[in-house]
Design a protein around this ligand. Structure first.
Ligand code: AGP
Length: 609
């Protein structure tokens, strides 16, 4: 769960690598480092702390290099410190690594017995020692790396350079993402495209077990047995500006405000209102085959799991197919019963979450078809799935997911309509109406932004509390969970999401005037129940914040803590309820002076178990 980048070409590698690292900082930010060849001599700079610290430490040195690798770390083995920061080096062979070497202790002990001396607590250092031991036997860096790889178990993407072969950059990928960027006589490797997006949009996406040997002249790719491979070039249709803050104080805020655009891009070309048909043209699962699915599993982690829960409600309510939402880390180990006529929908922003990928593989093992709802083109989940529904939200840099979540909800809504139509659970008239509602969604999201000032007032009132309770029902119960997760992640306030009907089965005991209770009051069949829940909280001296789908309910109109959001159908209300919760978490975190885009202990893509 780190970010790696490498460069070889005609420009000074050092600023390119530092700027690239900044785009990867969302993947980990407890220490950073860079290695390059300066006047043919290997130089390494590392430090604990953020990339800024590394940048400041080298800014007064007049360094120049045409090749280098760099790393931003999220510690797994060994505390964040200079000695544990990457790159690691043994005898002029330097490695940056993202992933975990599961058998590193065993390897380390064997190497120690042979006289190798270790200078860090990391799993990565064993890779350097292994490569170096083969290099000592006379192998070049490519073949020494190939031999070393045979000893490694686990997940790794690697960037390697060697002092003795200053014109070669080696990249290896196994279960952690690695992309090669193809410029004009210059090449990049990185964990994610934004790292080099301002230099090239043409990429080769490496698959597991592949190695790239890159010189200034070009890229050659082979498997671990040195069999040459032909790989296709993919052009990424993201703009470099998409990965910048564009005047916003934080990526999270920018990404909240990007939601109308992200939703528009996700729905573009997806349906025709003439017949109320959804367009799933790029799906390899044929639309006509959708009706054969008897059971749907939705599997994901974190925020994406909250989208999965909403998806369950949408699918059962619209398509009348039994659906289960599972946390990927549970699904992969709980021996799930997955009948052959099941569809497993994995939901993942990054497409690289280790538990989600493992669950996806488990589903395939059972013979189920897999649909990936994913934001990152060419990520592992998309490559392994039978079909992909891309959420075109653009790069999401803030660790707290916002636009990726609401576009997942939109993707699930569209897919549920397609499923319902094919199953005959809804007719064309109904699907036209449901799809038509989508066209109004981006504008209604814009209208929800007008609530920002009221939300700031509420944030100012409550930013110092220790606990928060979020209540919702039905489709908006997962939105309560998501609101609580957003607050926890970025403001470090303890927050719990609960189905409102469960309140009296336990959490009601917590209520006092120190704990605000935020209630999502949607229209429809559970409205009155939610109003009763509000009364129950008030009767116990609790402070209520209500987010109410428009239409003024008498009993709420006098409360200073009430926010009205635009009305829309019950499925899409999940998107509109999400916006004030994102803004509330954001403003509370700002007032608490938290590090919003890089919350403590977190990383954007959890590529380790
Ligand atoms: C969201 O705010 C989180 N940072 C986190 O829960 C995230 O949603 C989770 O790690 C899953 O990531 P994915 O969607 O990339 O698989």
């Amino acid at each position: 769960m780190c970010g790696i980048i490498g460069y070889i070409g005609k420009q000074n590698a050092i600023p390119l690598l530092i700027n690239g690292l900044k785009k990867l900082e969302y993947r980990g930010y407890d220490s950073a480092g860079i290695a390059f060849l300066h006047a043919k001599k290997l130089e390494i700079r590392r430090c604990a702390g953020k990339i800024q610290v590394l940048e400041s430490s080298i800014k007064n040195e007049n360094l120049n290099s045409l090749i280098g690798i760099a790393h931003t770390r999220w510690a797994t083995h060994g505390r964040p410190s200079e000695e544990n920061a990457h790159p690691h080096q043994v005898n002029g062979i330097v490695v940056v690594h993202n992933g975990i070497i599961e058998n590193y202790l065993d390897l380390k002990n064997k190497l120690k017995k042979k006289g190798h001396v270790f200078s860090s607590d990391t799993d990565t250092e064993v890779i350097c020692h292994l490569i170096s031991s083969y290099a000592e036997k006379g192998l070049d860096i490519k073949n020494a790396t190939r031999q070393a790889l045979k000893h490694l178990n686990g997940a790794y993407s690697l960037g390697i350079i060697a002092e003795k072969e200053p014109d070669k950059l080696i990249a290896v990928k196994n279960d952690s993402p690695l992309i090669v960027g193809l410029g004009n006589s210059e090449f990049f490797i990185a964990s994610d495209v934004p790292a080099f997006l301002s230099h090239t949009k043409d990429v080769i996406i490496l698959d597991n077990g592949e190695m790239a040997v890159i010189t200034k002249k070009g890229v050659s790719i082979s498997d671990i047995n040195d069999k040459p491979l032909k790989k296709k070039t993919t052009t990424i249709n993201w703009n470099p500006e998409m990965a910048e803050k564009n005047g916003y104080n934080h990526f999270m805020l920018k990404e909240i405000y990007e939601q109308p655009r992200a939703i528009t891009d996700t729905i573009r070309g997806r349906f025709s209102l003439d017949q109320g048909n959804v367009n799933l043209e790029e799906f390899s699962i044929k639309k006509s085959a959708l009706k054969k699915f008897k059971k749907i599993f939705l599997v994901a982690c974190g925020t994406s799991w909250h989208a999965a829960l909403v998806g369950k409600y949408m699918i059962e309510s619209l398509a009348k197919i039994s659906a289960e939402a599972d946390i990927a880390s549970e699904f992969r180990y709980r021996d799930p019963v997955i009948p052959k006529d099941s569809l497993v929908i994995v939901i993942t922003q990054s497409g690289e979450t280790a538990d989600t990928l493992a669950a996806q593989r488990e589903a395939k093992k059972h013979g189920a078809k897999v649909l990936s709802i994913c934001n990152v083109i060419g990520s592992s989940s998309t490559r392994e799935a039978d079909s992909v529904f891309y959420t075109h939200s653009g790069p999401e840099i803030g660790v707290a997911s916002t636009k990726a979540f609401t576009t997942q909800l939109v993707a699930l809504y569209i897919f549920s309509i397609a499923l319902a139509k094919e199953k005959g659970a809804i007719d064309s008239r109904r699907s036209k109406k449901l799809l038509n509602d989508l066209l109004f969604l981006p504008e209604k999201v814009e209208n929800t932004f007008l609530l920002n000032d009221s939300i700031i007032k509420i944030a100012k009132k409550y930013f110092q509390v220790k606990d928060f309770l979020y209540l919702g029902r039905n489709l908006n119960y997962p939105i309560a969970l998501e609101g609580a997760l957003k607050l926890k992640e970025i403001s470090y306030i303890h927050a719990e999401g609960y189905p409102a009907g469960e309140m009296k089965h336990g959490p009601i005991a917590l209520i006092d005037n120190d704990m605000p209770v935020l209630v999502l009051v949607a229209k429809g069949k559970v409205r009155n129940k939610l109003l009763s829940n509000i009364e129950e909280v008030k009767a116990r001296g609790g402070e209520v914040i209500s987010i109410v789908e428009k239409k003024r309910y008498k009993s709420l109109s006098r409360s200073p803590n009430t926010i009205y959001i635009p009305a829309i159908n019950q499925y899409l209300s999940t998107v509109l309820f999400s916006i004030p919760l994102q803004l509330l978490a954001y403003h509370i975190a700002v007032l608490r002076e938290c590090d919003i885009d890089q919350p403590r202990n977190l990383a954007k893509s959890v590529t380790v178990e």
